[in-house]
Design a binder for this molecule. Structure first.
Ligand SMILES: [Zn+2]
Length: 492
């Protein structure tokens, strides 16, 4: 797949022969004009611009038919052969205007100063203008602002990525996930390169430490699963029920899967193939979901083992939720940033099922017994997960770097969908030639190279690496906690 020439993402505006619209019975610009007349386009400023465009070029004359191509988000996978996303037949932008060109460079439309929020009357997807396909086989055309902004600068990044690692401002927007990590981004044109980057074949990059924290962690857990646990007292003790022993293996397998899914994501997320990259992210999410589900299953197993009916109910509910979670991870609907609250609620629900088994144990026995049984889990595992979450959410230490200035925010999903200013007027802000020096680095020439400026967070010790480290401690701690629980429950 990688040896093939990447898919061309440009908009291809095909100038149709005069009268062709009549022959197909469908003219997108005529349809748009009708919508404008009906007032179905919501943005007045833009409506007038589009109306004037249609007046010049569309209408019953037929004139122009535009063809949807791979830049539309669902199909966008790579840069053009010619290397620029705004090459001929594309949407061209200048600092203050947006222009639509046909393949023959015929000007189709111009709108000055474009804080666009144009929505078609019958669609929730923000588009500059759009038309539905027809049964007569006319290509659907949609100048999707969101797809355009999201793919902006992709071809530049692709060219740069062939010979060097990129800085933050050279990345297209979908690749910007941590505004405090500035250097060392991979933007590779092949999976082979990504694979070799595990050993820094093309230089140390900003995923090296993320890969190795979980690669070493995964190897250690393989050792635990293949050697340590089979040689443990628990495994050989006849007092410990066989299903309980297998539950430990379920947890270890889930933990190993989580580690290697994470390694996979961090190894291959430097690909230029955007669609594939989001699928790789799903692999990572799935690993986490399976690990959380398995961790909760082990706790339920210990707490409810004497109450078989309750145990079956808890295990069934948790397993069902886990399976639902995996499907959710792979659904594009739940992958979107706005689905984040839903994802958080889901994990809270999953955890609540585990906690409720503990609460039930308190009622069925007593607080002291229940708390004593669960203490190893909180002390050896939960505490490390919480420390990890703290780093994950706070972007510490990289937020305190003083070698370069970092942005206040990353454009939101709504801005990326509607505000063309971020790639027109504010292009110099979002796509700088070089990162801006921090005032401290301007004052003192040696400061940027000093360890105190935290320049090294791009390559080692950033919040995500710390998150990985504490997740690993949490996993190893959970294994040790299960061993303690089983010992308390069945051996002592
Ligand atoms: Zn990670």
């Amino acid at each position: 797949m990688q040896s093939e020439t990447p898919v061309a993402p440009a908009y291809t505006g095909v100038a149709a022969p005069a009268g062709s619209a009549g022959s197909t019975g469908f003219n997108p610009l005529l349809r748009l004009k009708r919508r404008v007349k009906k007032g179905s386009l919501l943005h007045n400023k833009y409506t007038s611009a589009i109306t004037s465009v249609i007046g010049r070029n569309g209408g019953s004359d037929g004139g122009i038919k535009l063809k949807k191509t791979a830049l539309v988000e669902e199909e966008f996978e790579g840069p053009t052969r010619s290397g620029t996303p705004d090459c001929k037949a594309a949407l061209r932008t200048t600092d203050s205007s947006l222009s639509l060109y046909s393949e023959t460079n015929t000007l189709v439309g111009t709108a000055d100063d474009v804080p666009v929020s144009v929505m078609t009357g019958d669609s929730s997807s923000p588009t500059l203008c759009s038309s539905a396909g027809s049964s007569a086989g006319v290509d659907v055309w949609s100048t999707d602002v969101k797809a355009y902004i999201k793919s902006y600068n992709h071809a530049n990044a692709y060219e740069l990525g062939r010979s060097s690692h990129l800085h933050y401002y050279q990345l297209p927007f979908p690749y910007r996930e941590n505004k405090y990590i500035i250097h060392g981004y991979r933007f590779y044109d092949s999976h082979r390169k990504s694979f070799l980057s595990v050993i820094n074949w093309y230089g140390w990059h900003n995923e090296t430490s993320n890969i190795w924290t979980h690669l070493l962690g995964g190897m250690y857990l393989l050792y635990v699963a293949l050697y340590h646990f089979p040689h443990s007292e628990i495994w050989h003790a006849s007092e410990v029920p066989t299903p309980a022993k297998y539950v430990v293996y379920v947890f270890l397998m889930a933990a190993i899967k989580c580690m290697f899914a994470s390694v996979f994501w961090h190894t291959f997320n430097g690909t230029h193939l955007l669609k594939l990259r989001s699928k790789f992210a799903c692999v990572d999410y799935t690993g986490i979901t399976v690990l959380i589900t398995a961790s909760i299953l082990t706790v339920e197993f210990v707490t409810m083992y004497d109450y078989k009916k309750s145990l079956v109910i808890y295990l069934t509910i948790s397993l069902s939720l886990g399976v639902m979670g995996v499907f959710m991870n792979w659904s594009p609907k739940f992958d979107r940033p706005e689905a984040r609250p839903l994802r958080i609620k889901f994990f809270i629900l999953l955890a609540t099922v585990g906690v409720s088994s503990f609460v039930q144990l308190v009622f069925m026995t007593n607080w002291k017994y229940a708390a004593g049984l669960l203490t190893p889990v909180t002390n050896k595992s939960v505490v490390w997960y919480l420390v990890g979450v703290f780093f994950y959410g706070s972007f510490i230490p990289e937020r305190f770097r003083t070698d370069v200035l970092t942005d206040k925010s990353i454009p939101t999903e709504l801005q990326l969908s509607t505000d063309l200013n971020i790639v027109t007027k504010h292009r110099d802000v979002h796509f700088r030639e070089v990162p801006t020096k921090h005032p401290k680095a301007v004052c003192c020439a040696t400061h940027a190279q000093s360890i105190k400026s935290l320049w090294w967070v791009d390559y080692f010790g950033c919040s995500h690496t710390l998150w990985h480290f504490f997740v690993l401690l949490g996993v190893v701690g959970h294994y040790n906690a299960i061993i303690d629980l089983f010992t308390k429950r069945w051996i002592l």
